[in-house]
Design a protein around this ligand. Structure first.
Ligand SMILES: NC(=O)C1=CN([C@@H]2O[C@H](COP(=O)(O)OP(=O)(O)OC[C@H]3O[C@@H](n4cnc5c(N)ncnc54)[C@H](OP(=O)(O)O)[C@@H]3O)[C@@H](O)[C@H]2O)C=CC1
Ligand SMILES: CC(C)(CO)C(=O)C(=O)O
Length: 309
């Protein structure tokens, strides 16, 4: 591994280009594999309007499918949406060198397994992003708030790669919380995402305050969060009840906010329904934990979007 770590971002949308900008700021070589934004970013880079200032940057190399990288990356930062039609293991395969380590910044539960199965001898760095950032045009990103990462090795621990990558993000000014139990952290975040994200789609792309203030809204959201907590506990992750008491006022304090699934829905893009809700329900079914409300919402959304899951 070189002194200046070499990163390749696959999925350089809102999250990928934002965290890529930070790695660039920390002195790394950062390249990207692009699809729809290839021409624009090749010519004029990413334009990122951020609460941290102007984070616009030019990748060291801009690739597209079928290209051969100039050099194998030390790290692949995988930030594509986790969707049933997207084979993430196949997506990274052409770019993996003999020593390349995968770093995921993606939402959802139980989303690492397919990558670990495909690359069983590779360390896997798993990250959760607490951020509000969206892609507003080709190569154009708007960062509205936050940015903290929670990071750990999958399935557990905090290895030398986590240490190295977290040090780079910290150097660029981002808070990184180290976790020895990243799966528990995924459950903890899922308490929020599995309740708010799918419900916002049923509510026609509603923001958080609209959902909380609708008649019966807050009590439904609390009940959904309780169901997720019960499943997490049955799966061996002892989440405290206080999560809900923190989540509700914390969400109110953020102001009206449209989560990533609401934005996907409003922009007619596929939603990460299985990664965020379907996998919770599957684990509940396997462990025979009743989750009637989560199941109802999942079934209703599958009717709306049968193939995009
Ligand atoms: N945005 C946010 O505030 C937050 C997002 N997250 C999570 O982060 C993850 C990424 O989300 P986000 O960045 O918002 O999503 P975006 O839709 O902004 O970005 C996804 C990117 O992946 C690219 N992509 C998809 N397939 C390929 C491919 N085959 N080859 C190359 N590029 C590809 C897309 O390119 P193309 O345009 O060509 O399709 C797009 O640029 C998700 O799991 C999300 O839930 C978590 C917390 C907050
Ligand atoms: C928690 C939140 C709202 C932002 O980090 C998110 O994960 C999302 O928008 O899906």
């Amino acid at each position: 591994m070189t002194d200046q770590p070499r990163f390749l971002i696959i999925g350089a949308g809102a999250i990928g280009s934002f965290y890529g900008a930070l790695l660039k700021r920390a002195g790394c070589e950062v390249s990207v594999v692009l699809r729809s934004d290839y021409e624009v970013v090749s010519q004029s880079g990413f334009h990122i309007n951020s609460t941290l200032g102007d984070l616009s940057w030019q990748p060291d190399h801009v690739y597209r499918d079928g290209d051969t990288p100039v050099a194998a990356p030390d790290y692949i930062l995988l930030c594509v949406k986790v969707l049933p039609g997207v084979d993430r293991a196949a997506l990274v395969r052409p770019w993996m060198g003999k020593q390349t380590v995968l770093v995921l910044i993606e939402n959802g539960l139980d989303i690492e397994r397919e990558l670990l199965d495909a690359y069983p001898d590779r360390p896997l760095v798993s990250c959760l992003a607490f951020i509000a950032v969206s892609r507003v045009g080709a190569g154009q990103v708007n960062h509205q708030a936050y940015g903290q990462l929670v990071m750990g090795s999958f399935p557990n621990g905090f290895d030398e790669h986590c240490q190295r990558v977290s040090a780079l993000f910290k150097k660029a000014g981002i808070q990184v919380d180290a976790s020895e139990a990243i799966v528990g952290e995924r459950w903890r975040k899922c308490v929020w995402n599995a309740a708010f994200n799918p419900l916002s789609v049923l509510a026609n792309g509603a923001d958080t305050l609209t959902m909380l203030d609708a008649p019966g809204g807050e009590s439904l959201i609390r009940a959904l969060m309780e169901e997720v907590i019960v499943v997490a506990r049955a799966d061996g992750y002892e989440l405290p009840d206080t999560i809900i008491e923190k989540n509700i006022p914390g969400t109110r304090a953020m102001g009206a906010y449209k989560n990533s699934m609401a934005l996907d829905y409003l922009n007619q893009r596929p939603i990460e329904l299985d990664a965020i809700l379907g996998n919770v329900v599957s684990i509940a079914n396997r462990l025979q934990v009743p989750v009637p409300r989560l199941e109802t919402i999942l079934a209703a959304l599958k009717m709306r979007q049968p193939s995009a899951g």
